[in-house]
Design a protein around this ligand. Structure first.
Ligand code: C2E
Ligand code: CA
Ligand code: CA
Ligand code: CA
Length: 276
């Protein structure tokens, strides 16, 4: 019996040990992938609920490791934030995304993009806005074609207000990501220079079947409209959801119903098919 217990303890200790090692190995691999710029960017189109046209795309980072396969941003973004790698990661994402946008512009397709930002990136706002401007300029992308997505919880962190006002003066739009999930008060809607609310997927899920969910989602859409903000529904997966959102006069939707996140060449193909 004692022997068995000891054995279990050994196994548990062994597992804990390897979990720490695994995390460190992941950090190392991520640092390397950022350094070598092997991260990739995908684009998920947003479409108008009024006319059905593509209005822009959200940029989503992808990491494929030869040993581990695809690793979700849900796993590695927090690691990048924790280890101070997020600004470097963001630069790789920016450069790769903007290079594609420039190519599309040269082919006659103007695609506004939205890039995700983490709270930690606002610590050195001088440097960040400088990099932002110089990358956009390098690829010939007007600030008006660029949107920053920032989660509601990141908005609530210290120092964000001034940072957003600075960013706003550059002519960049600001979008609140995962709206309604940040456990914050609504009063911030008044103190930040916002342009767009993205209704979190959790509020869209189930609106066809569940009356209360439907009421809440409709209320969020009408709140955004009252505040004269653009409103985008995330994670739209069914035709029934689309119809309700259209009824409520939600501006745009994003989700698997229309398209998954795509590689750059597949987005270009979609743009070409859509406009012909
Ligand atoms: P997010 O900003 O809320 O992005 C939307 C996520 O929902 C994406 O997951 C997208 O692939 C997924 N999605 C889109 N449509 C649907 C749908 O119809 N159904 C379902 N079930 N899911 C859908 P992804 O790409 O795995 O990204 C996860 C999160 O990682 C993002 O959530 C964002 O918070 C973060 N992230 C991704 N790329 C970046 C980046 O470049 N920088 C930063 N800071 N964060 C990023
Ligand atoms: Ca987002
Ligand atoms: Ca979101
Ligand atoms: Ca999310």
């Amino acid at each position: 019996d004692a022997k068995k217990q000891g054995g279990n303890q050994f196994v548990m200790y062994g597992m804990a040990h390897s979990a720490v090692e695994e995390e460190l190995a992941l950090q190392d691999k991520l640092a390397h992938a950022i350094e070598k710029k092997t991260l990739d960017v995908y684009f998920q189109p947003k479409v108008s609920l009024q006319h059905g046209g593509i209005t822009g795309a959200e940029v989503l980072v992808r990491w494929f490791d030869p040993d581990m396969g695809f690793i979700s941003p849900i796993t590695f973004i927090p690691i990048a934030e924790k280890t101070g790698l997020i600004s470097q990661l963001w630069e790789v994402v920016m450069e790769k995304a903007c290079r594609h946008v420039q190519e599309w512009r040269q082919l006659g397709y103007e695609v506004p993009i939205a890039v995700n930002f983490s709270a930690g990136q606002f610590a050195d706002i001088e440097n960040m806005t400088e990099r932002l401007q110089s990358i956009l300029a390098a690829y010939g992308i007007p600030a008006g074609q660029f949107e920053m997505e920032i989660t509601e919880s990141a908005l609530m962190e210290q120092g964000t207000t001034e940072a957003l006002h600075r960013i706003k003066t550059l002519g960049i739009s600001i979008s609140v990501d995962d709206f309604g999930t940040g456990y914050s008060s609504l009063s911030y809607l008044d103190s930040f220079p916002l342009d767009t609310l993205k209704v979190d997927r959790s509020f869209i899920d189930g609106i066809e079947e569940n009356e209360r969910k439907r009421q809440i989602a409709e209320l969020i859409v009408s709140l955004a409209k009252r505040l004269e903000l653009k409103v985008v529904a995330e994670g739209v997966e069914t035709e029934g959801q689309r119809q309700l959102l259209q009824e409520w006069q939600c501006d745009e939707m994003q989700g698997y119903l229309f398209s998954k996140p795509l590689q750059a060449q597949d987005l270009l193909q979609l743009l070409q098919n859509h406009s012909s």
